[in-house]
Design a protein around this ligand. Sequence first.
Ligand SMILES: Cc1cc2nc3c(=O)[nH]c(=O)nc-3n(C[C@H](O)[C@H](O)[C@H](O)COP(=O)(O)O)c2cc1C
Length: 160
Amino acid sequence: MNTLDSRSLRNALGEFATGVAIVTTQVGDDAPIGITVNSFSSVSLDPPLVLWCLDKGSDRLEAFEKCEGFTINILAAAQMDLSNRLSRSGQPHLDGIPVDNGVNGCPYLSEALATFECDVHARHDAGDHIIMVGRVKSFQQPSAESPLIYHRGGYCALAT
Ligand SMILES: Cc1cc2nc3c(=O)[nH]c(=O)nc-3n(C[C@H](O)[C@H](O)[C@H](O)COP(=O)(O)O)c2cc1C
């Protein structure tokens, strides 16, 4: 039984400052979608593996259960509006957002700091989330802008 207070645990976990990414995917002929995440992590260089965690309650669950690939797009500080937009329930679509086609069949955000185009390597059941592990097929690092940072449930800037 879980005896920990979820709200307090979430607050304490929020002390870990992270970057912010949008994970994009496309399933068959469906419109491409994206989801804002801060659970991204690098895992392995050989083979090249990365992960992120998907809430089983997300309205994007079905798409990410079916997809064969996904792309991690690391956001710049100037992309806060995009982060907010793709964290809204029922609004996963990328209409009007500049994208290019990736080698894994998924669109990637043209203006991201870095993108990692992955095939799905594994899905691991983990409590109320699914750990999505991707094998990187291609990556780009087109921009040297400052990253978007997330800490204590809000955005903040990097101290310089
Ligand atoms: C900064 C930030 C980080 C987030 N990180 C994650 C994450 O790692 N995994 C996840 O499933 N949802 C994460 N979310 C929430 C999803 O973006 C959001 O729940 C999803 O897009 C759809 O909303 P729904 O869960 O109400 O259907 C994050 C949201 C924000 C704003």
